[in-house]
Design a protein around this ligand. Structure first.
Ligand code: HEM
Length: 472
């Protein structure tokens, strides 16, 4: 192990704010982030100074350096109060990314406060993670029921052979339905929440007010479940930590809603895409029934959290070819680290563990909590699995390199996943309409409750998906 290169930055090393930086979020980055990471690496080495909407940031590109930043919490802090440029009032007024970083929740805590918050998650998410508990079993049944209802809705709208956007018409509504169920939103609140999260995720002109409304809705949900506890994550968070105020719980739920809807949804779409574009190893693992492995391989090829949240240097430290000064901001890029990992491969990981070496879940003390990963993994594998269960044929209607991507400072996800499908003759979706079940199989109360909940949400989602069209 090399000694840690702490010290005081030499006087002749240039501070971040004095370097000329190239903006990261360009149309080239939107179309092909890999080529941008490659060029930055060739120019600067494992760490590069870049501009993020006008603010200079160190982008960490290489696998080894990214792991160092993610794992070493005494050097790389999450609390935004460590950020020197912010403390000195040097950030541009109204800088768009600051609002999110100012929402103080688990991701932006350090040390004991952070460990206690993770313990709350561990306790509250535990029952949903395990398929042998009633909560875990019911959630899994609900995901299957929602997926089947959405496919039935597609079949009702477009026929047994037709065209669909699997991002807008399947993945996003599915994740929003799962979120409202997991959080224990009463249907009336759920409809409102679904609409606002949709507006927030699409970043339209009213995304700001919609975000405020979604935060307020989460806070109201926290108050509602405090008064009327149920079998849901919100109530279990309160049981795990009764000192949580409604506002703090609202902030945690808000952050989880982003993970559950946007990030998990991107993982579903990215996995579907890797299968549909013919990624040979992804297909092989799918046809061998190794769907977890399929997801790992898709995460390596196209990770949804492309650039992880900021860390702030606690002390001056050398990283890559630069001196990073105390209070500087760094963004560890898992997407760039994966590119590096695939290039160096066996020097870091041997072939038997290589697909699990992906940083899709993060690493170190802030990595995605185990229970959340299990839950997300189940949702992703079920969502992907149901598609190939229902359809005999699914093919992209655009060449893979023409698919439109949403490439923000953190997330990379598909805007659309347009396909042509053929429903399997065996699929109950072809015979089933929303609100009915043609299978004739006796269903448990839990599954019937899932279906009632799905129908309430489907009304709202139908409005969102088709509401603009006349005659629907
Ligand atoms: C496929 C879906 C998901 C992916 C790819 C994912 C990925 C990640 C990543 C990369 C981080 C670390 C971020 C960083 O260090 O900057 C993280 C943290 C976190 N995730 Fe997930 N996540 C997913 C689903 C979920 C779900 C479903 C939940 C909750 C229900 C969740 C809850 C959390 C929490 C609470 C943290 C913060 C942990 C901390 O700061 O200690 N995630 N996730």
């Amino acid at each position: 192990m090399e000694p840690h290169p702490f010290g005081t930055a030499p006087a002749d090393s240039l501070p971040l704010e004095s370097l000329s930086v190239e903006p990261l979020l360009t149309s080239e980055f939107d179309a092909d982030p890999g080529s941008v990471y490659g060029r930055l690496r060739r120019t600067y080495g494992p760490v590069a100074p870049v501009g993020l909407l006008g603010v200079p940031v160190w982008l960490v590109l290489d696998y080894r350096e990214v792991l160092e930043v993610l794992r070493n919490e005494s050097q790389w802090r999450r609390d935004i109060r460590y950020w020197r440029a912010r403390a000195e009032g040097r950030l541009p007024h109204g800088w768009p990314l600051l609002a999110g970083y100012e929402v103080r929740q688990t991701m932006f805590m350090d040390d004991e406060e952070h460990r206690a918050a993770r313990q709350t998650y561990h306790t509250a998410l535990g029952p949903f993670q395990d398929s042998r508990t009633p909560q875990g079993w019911e959630l899994r049944s609900a995901v299957v029921a929602y997926a089947d209802e959405l496919v039935a809705m597609l079949a009702a709208e477009s026929g047994a052979v037709g065209f669909a956007d699997l991002a807008a018409q399947y993945t996003r509504p599915l994740l929003l339905m799962v979120t409202t169920r997991l959080f224990g939103c009463p249907v009336e609140l759920g409809d409102e929440l679904v609409m606002d999260l949709w507006r927030m995720l699409d970043g339209g002109p009213d995304a700001g007010p919609a975000t405020g409304r979604a935060l307020a809705a989460m806070t109201r949900l926290a108050a509602h479940r405090r008064a009327l506890p149920g079998d849901d994550l919100t109530s279990y968070m309160l049981l795990a930590d009764p000192t949580l105020s409604d506002e703090q719980l609202g902030r945690e739920l808000f952050m989880n809603a982003v993970y559950l809807t946007d990030i998990t949804g991107n993982m579903v779409c990215n996995t579907l895409l890797e299968v549909l574009r013919g990624n040979a190893t992804v297909r092989r693992s799918l046809s061998a029934g190794l769907i977890g492995e399929t997801v790992n391989r898709a995460a390596l090829a196209n990770t949804p959290v492309a650039n992880m949240c900021f860390r702030f240097a606690a002390r001056d430290v050398r990283l890559g070819n630069f001196w990073i000064r105390a209070g500087d901001v760094v963004s560890p890029s898992s997407a760039a680290a994966h590119q590096d990992l695939m290039a160096i491969g066996s020097h870091i990981v041997d072939s038997t563990v290589s697909t699990r070496a992906h940083l899709g879940w993060g690493a170190g003390p802030h990595q995605c909590p185990t229970a959340a990963r299990e839950l997300a993994g189940t949702i992703v594998t079920t969502a992907v699995g149901r598609i190939f269960e229902h359809f005999t044929k699914v093919e992209l209607t655009l060449p893979p390199d023409q698919l439109p991507w949403r490439s923000g400072p953190v997330v990379r996800g598909l805007r659309l996943l347009p396909v042509r499908y053929e429903l399997s003759g065996r699929s109950p979706a072809g015979r089933q309409s929303v609100g009915g079940n043609g299978s004739g199989v006796a269903r448990s109360d839990a599954v019937r409750a899932s279906e009632r909940h799905a129908r309430g949400l489907l009304g709202a989602l139908r409005q969102l998906m088709f509401g603009g069209r006349k005659g629907d």
